[in-house]
Design a protein around this ligand. Sequence first.
Ligand code: B12
Length: 473
Amino acid sequence: MDRKKLILVNPTLSNPFPGFPPLGLGYVAALTPKHWDIEIIDENFEIARFKECDLVGLTGFTAMANRAYQIARMFKDKGVRVVMGGIHASMMPDEALQFVDTVVVGEVESVWASVIADFESGNLKQKYEGSQTDLKDLVHPRRDLFHEDYFCDTIQTARGCPNDCEFCSVSQFNGFAYRLRPVEEVLDEMATLEKKFLFIVDDNIVGSGPQRAQRAIALAHGMIERKFNFIWYSQTALNVADNEEVLAAFEESGCRLLFLGIESEDREVLEKMNKKVNIQRDYHTVFKKIHDHHIGIHGSLIFGTDQDDLDMLQKRLDFVLESHIDVIQYCTLTPYPGTRLFKRIYEQGRLFYTDFPADWDRYDLTEVLFKPGRLDVDEYRRMMKHIGAQIFNRKAIAKRFLRTCNDTQDFLTAFWCYITNRLYRTPQSSGSVHGDKFWYLSSKSWPFSVYMNPEMEVHREHYRKTSTTTTGP
Ligand code: B12
C-alpha cells in the first residue's frame, strides 16, 4: 500500500509556556493505520507552516479557533484536505465547516477509521459524529510524537462528568456519565511513561460517590505497588476531602497539587452556577485536610457573575487572599459555546461581541464578554485590575509561598505552588491574545522564560495586531 502522510497541528498561539502536550492529537495518531507517516506540528514550540502531506488534522480550544482556521486555509490553498476535531469544532461544527473539509464531532475513537478509509477512497464526508467511547482497551496515545521538551506527561483515566455547572462544556462534550478506564489498564499505560511529573487530566479524579472514591484509592495504591514515583497533579472537587483514605493514598502515591474549582465563596453565586458540590461545604476544613497530606491547593475562582457587585468582588478577593489557597487562578465568567451559560447570555442579547468566528479570540477567560449583572463594565475592569494586583504582586506571592511551606510542611509542594503563581503573573500564561488584560504583570517568569521561542513571540504579536475582533464597550 502507498505510504501516506498525516500532519496533526496543535494551534496554540497565545501560550508561551508549553505546559502540556496535546493528548487528543496523540489519540488521533494512535488510531491512524500503520501505512501513514505522522508528524505533529505543535505551536507551543514552532509556528505551523505549509509542508507537503496528504491530510491535515487540527485540534483547538475556542480561543484558538481562528488560528486553527488560518492554518486550515494555508493547507487548503495548496489542495490539502483538512479535518478538524476537538472541543471547539465539536461545539461549532457548521462554523468550522466554512474553513475545513471535515469535522469530527465528539470523541474520535469510533470514527477515525472511517475518516481515513473514506479519505483514501475519495469519499471524505463533511461530518462524522463520534460516540462516547468504551474506555476498556483504549489505545495509548502516541507520545513519541510529542515535542521532547515537555516537562511532564499527561494521562486520562476517565471521561464525562455528571455535574452540570452552567459554564462548563465538559458534560456537553463527553456526556454526563463517568466512564472509567479499568485501573490495571491505566497502570499499564503509566508504566510506559518516562517523565517524573504527571498530570492526570481527568475533570474530577475522585468523581462522586463511594464507588468512585474506591476506584481513586485503587489507582493510587496501584501506583504505589508498582513503585512509579511520579510527582503528580490532577483536577478534582471539594468532595475529595470526604474520604481520608483517598487523600492518604494520593499523598503516598506522589500527589503534590490538586486543582479545585472553588468558583466563589458566595452561596447564591454557587447556586446560580449550579455548582452543587461546593454548596454547604466548609472550605477551610477541606483545605486543612488536603494540606495535612502535604498536598497544595490550586484554586480557581470566577468573577463577573450576575450576582457580583463591588462589595461581592471585594469579599471574594478577601476570601481568596485569606483562604490558604496555594495557587490562585481566576477568570472572568466566559460563555463558551455549547454551554448553558452561552445559550442564556446569547438569548438575553447580552453578548458584547458577536462577530464569530473572529470574536472567539476574546474567549480566553480574561475579557468581559457581557455586562456583569450589577456592575458597570469600566467599574468591573478597574476592580479586576485591583484584584489582579492584590493576588499577584510579588509580596503576595512570597507570602503565599511561606504560608504553603507552613500549611503543607513540604518544600517541593510549596516550590511548585510558588512557580505556578509566578507563571500566572504573565499576561501570556493567562492565555490572552488581546491587550486590556487583568493579569498583573511582568512578562518573564524564571525559569520558564527560558522556553520562550523569540520567533513565536514575534508571530504572536503579529497575530494580536492583525486579529479582526469587533470593538466593544
Ligand atoms: C488538560 C486541559 C488543559 C491543559 C492542557 C491542554 C492541552 N494541551 O491539550 C491546560 C491546563 C494547558 C489547559 C488550558 C486551558 N484550558 Co483546558 N482543559 C483541559 C482538560 C481538563 C482536558 C483536555 C484533555 O487533554 N482531554 C483529553 C483528550 C484526549 O481529549 P480531547 O482533547 O477532547 O480529544 C478528544 C476529542 O476532542 C478528539 N479530538 C481532539 N483533537 C482532535 C483533532 C482531530 C483532527 C480529530 C479528528 C479529533 C480530535 O479526539 C480525542 C479523543 O477522543 C479539558 C476538559 C476535558 N475534559 O476535555 C479542559 C478544556 C479543554 N479547557 C478549557 C479551557 C477554557 C482552557 C483555557 C482557555 C483556560 C485558561 N485560560 O486557563 C486554557 C487554554 C489554553 C490555550 N492556550 O489555549 C475548556 C475549553 C472550552 C472551549 N470551548 O474552549 C475545557 C473543555 C474545560 C471546560 N471546563 O470547559 N487546559
